[in-house]
Write a protein that binds this ligand. Structure first.
Ligand code: BGC
Length: 781
């Protein structure tokens, strides 16, 4: 955990005013830049010291055998792991004859600033070499949001007290040596030098490297060009070899003189294109970047982000640190998804290699809700990626003896990579999460073309899966047995309520979509009999309820299980999965992460107010939050049922997950779902925003700590601003025609004639529920 105050509290940037090598690997994740296509961790320009060097291209991975002590039918045979591609960010510096290395000499000052409006990382430092020469180094780095293959660095060095001989080496480095991250030698082996050389080139200020992966058959090209400005003594020379492209710049600088280097880097990759094609792809992107120029790239970045913030900013009065954390969260979620363009959005974005770079339900469950209202094009693309993986999902369903499509629990290219079937194969809810994301996106955007071309197929194939996975009992009830819901401490359970409620929505949505798009339905072979069967199953779905306790059951029989012995579980035994066998977790009442509570958020229509409150109070003392995906969801429902202080504590946990490294693994990459969840807790929790029959409904309420909360949501081409204070909510239409919404159950028409202000409804307060001992979220107040 980052225990010292690492970042100063400022509204629009994240400033680290001195370098802490003990938390370097965390800060590399926090300062990562990405556009969803290219990602660079916040490694120091000179490459060393580093926690984990990281340059990623979304989708570029290596495959390796998946080990099983006892293999079984249908176990995936091969795993996929994101690889560290050619590093284009390295700029090494020699001062007289000393390498600039912060571990030696004296680092007089060191500041890094992640600018959330400008979309760049700026570093400024002053260093005295062991020989006593002092220089100032300034670098600014960006990954372009407007030119998706492009990254760029501006690097400046100046002597501060005496004349100095400077050598700068700007490099492209493939197959960097990485710290060992996995105990499995087979995995380490493929990751050790994943790139085989195909071509290298250097001439003048330019260089290029082409590589391919050994087993996954992907080709990666990276090209760089430079502009160098310095005194007349400045000379440049370039060279390349199989794994290195290098421009060496030498110069003699007097105090007051500066050597400046602008580096433009462009990536291209493909699983099908030829060597010349990938080479040309990288060169073309580079030409584009060169013609835009450094200042042009900065200006474009600012323009892109100005537009994003105008649609997506969340303003908070009353807690400056959370204000900063929320913008940090929004920025990173945007970075993860903005230009992913029909590739997966990994659970760590492109900020680290945690979870092997895999995507999970995190995307549809957490990231897409935010993007649906703030960057809807990215949602359509993320779901088109799912559609493009339908062949693999259909094959997987066949392999499992099921119909339709079974999307993978974790993957890079669309095929299942989970080697642990109880929490992989059995976690079928990912299919309903995808379907839910489709319906939400269509309801919010009215994107008919998307529904026709993509939505219908995703809904139909997932509905088919549910219909074949479930069965009607002799009384006609429809059950889905032997599945794992979001709570991974209960596996292979019958009638998981979350799964059943989302499957119900999925079955109905598919039947409705086919009615709207008969042609597409017919092309997929859907007939009336099939849609009738889906509707029957949806009507008859089982929703387990314990009528003695008056609470819903997370799955059939859950409330009958023995309670986990929380009193005898020590604080250092969390997360439980690292200290107790799964079989014991599975048979007791203990919840890893919001499951039934999540169902109450996504399917609030299936519960009345009293049930929500009782369910929340029942499951709170069982929920240990061993997953970062939990706090934000608990925060949403805590706010809904009136535990506003608790909701605020959960908001803080979600928002500060990475800034405080709360799970001790930010080094592996950021928790993108939790960051997106921050927005959910604010907008769906304190804003009380829900979709009901195509209408946006708000039940706003603020915790004492907040004086004001304001946010903007995009809905059907219109832009609605919501501003909440302790006593009222004001709705204004920033773009588009009149919009019908609901405020605390009452209809409100918002138009360009002016804002509408309504008083807040009183909140029924209840005694705060307890969490398991030692698992209470940190009090924010
Ligand atoms: C959670 C999953 C999640 C995965 C990736 C696990 O710890 O239990 O729900 O999808 O992490 O974030």
């Amino acid at each position: 955990m980052i225990s010292h105050p690492s970042f100063e509290v400022e509204p629009w940037c994240l400033r680290e005013s001195s370098l802490h090598l003990d938390v370097l690997e965390q800060s590399e994740s926090v300062f990562a830049l990405s556009n969803g296509h290219v990602g660079w961790r916040g490694n120091l320009d000179e490459g060393e010291p580093h926690g984990l060097p990281g340059s990623y291209l979304n989708g570029v991975h290596e495959v390796h055998p998946l080990p099983y002590a006892e293999a079984g039918y249908g176990f995936p045979e091969s795993g996929q792991t994101v690889i560290n591609v050619t590093n284009g960010k390295i700029i090494r510096l020699f001062v007289d004859d000393e390498p600039f290395d912060v571990r030696y000499g004296r680092l007089r000052s060191h500041e890094r600033v992640l600018d959330l409006r400008g979309g760049f990382l700026r570093r400024t430092c002053e260093w005295t070499s062991p020989a006593g020469t002092t220089v100032r180094v300034r670098s600014t780095r960006l990954i372009s949001l407007t030119q998706r293959s492009v990254a760029a660095v501006a690097y400046e060095v100046e002597p501060l007290d005496a004349k100095v001989r400077i050598v700068v080496q700007s490099e492209l480095v493939a197959n960097e040596q990485l710290p060992e991250t996995t105990g499995d030698p087979r995995v380490s082996a493929v990751l050790e030098s994943p790139l085989l050389p195909e071509e290298h080139y250097a001439h003048g200020m330019r260089m290029r490297l082409l590589h391919c992966t050994r087993h996954s058959g992907l080709r990666v090209g990276v090209a760089a060009d430079h502009i160098v400005q310095g005194p007349s003594s400045t000379q440049c020379a370039s060279e390349s070899s199989a794994h290195i492209g290098r421009l060496t710049v030498t110069s003699e600088l007097e105090p007051g003189e500066t050597l400046r280097l602008e580096k433009f880097v462009a990536y291209g990759w493909s699983g099908v294109r030829s060597r010349p094609a990938v080479r040309d792809q990288a060169e073309a992107a580079l030409a584009g970047a060169r013609s835009t120029g450094w200042q042009g790239l900065l200006d474009e970045q600012r323009g892109y982000l100005d537009e994003f913030w105008a649609r997506a900013d969340v303003e908070i009065d009353g807690d400056e640190e959370i204000q900063q954390a929320v913008r940090f969260a929004l920025f990173h979620v945007l970075q993860a998804g903005a230009r992913a363009e029909q590739r997966a959005i990994p659970s760590k974005g492109l900020t680290g290699s945690g979870y092997d770079g895999h995507s999970f339900w995190d995307t549809e469950g957490f990231v897409l809700p935010l993007l649906t209202h703030n960057a809807p094009h990215a949602v359509a693309d993320a779901l088109r990626w799912r559609q493009s993986t339908l062949p693999a999902a259909r094959d997987r369903a066949r392999q499992l003896g099921l119909k339709g499509a079974a999307f993978p629990w974790r993957t890079i290219d669309g095929s299942e990579c989970s080697g642990y079937w109880p929490a992989g194969t059995a976690a079928f809810h990912v299919n309903a999460d995808i379907a839910y994301a489709v319906t939400r996106y269509v309801a919010v955007t009215d994107d008919e073309e998307f529904e026709r071309e993509t939505g219908v197929e995703l809904l139909v194939e997932t509905a088919r899966l549910w219909h074949s996975l479930g069965h009607h009992d002799t009384h006609g009830r429809f059950h889905i047995d032997g599945v794992t819901g979001p709570d991974e401490y209960s596996a292979i359970a019958n009638d998981n309520l979350y799964t059943n409620l989302l499957a119900q929505l999925n079955l109905r949505a598919a039947a409705n979509a086919v009615e709207r798009h008969e042609k597409q339905g017919a092309a997929l072979g859907v007939d009336e009999e099939e849609t009738a069967a889906w509707r029957d199953a949806a009507e008859a779905i089982t929703l387990p309820y314990n009528s003695t306790l008056h609470v819903h059951e997370q799955s059939a029989g859950f409330t009958r299980h023995q309670m986990w012995d929380f009193a005898r579980t020590r604080a250092d035994q969390y997360p439980l999965m690292l200290h107790f066998p799964y079989f014991d977790l599975y048979r007791k009442q203990v919840v890893k992460q919001a499951d039934l509570v999540f169902a109450m958020f996504l399917r609030g229509d299936a519960f009345d107010e009293e049930q929500k409150a009782r369910n929340f109070e029942y499951y709170e003392p069982l929920t240990v939050r061993d997953s970062s995906l939990s706090a934000c969801v608990q925060g949403v429902i805590a706010a809904e049922v009136g535990h506003l202080k608790l909701a605020y504590d959960y908001l803080s946990e979600a928002a500060l997950m990475d800034l405080y490294d709360l799970e001790n693994n930010t080094r592996d990459g950021l928790h993108i779902a939790s960051l997106a969840g921050t927005w959910l807790t604010l907008v769906a929790g304190f804003g009380g925003m829900r979709h009901r029959d195509g209408t946006l409904c708000f039940t706003p309420r603020l915790p004492d700590r907040l004086r004001r909360l304001a946010f903007t949501v995009h809905v059907r081409g219109q832009l609605l601003r919501v501003e909440i204070t302790g006593s009222s909510a004001t709705y204004s239409l920033l773009e588009g025609g009149p919009l019908e919404i609901q405020h605390c159950g009452q209809s409100v028409t918002v138009s360009d004639k002016g804002p509408q202000t309504r008083p807040l409804s009183p909140v029924t307060t209840r005694p705060a529920p307890q969490q398991p001992p030692g698992r209470r979220p940190r009090r924010r107040e």
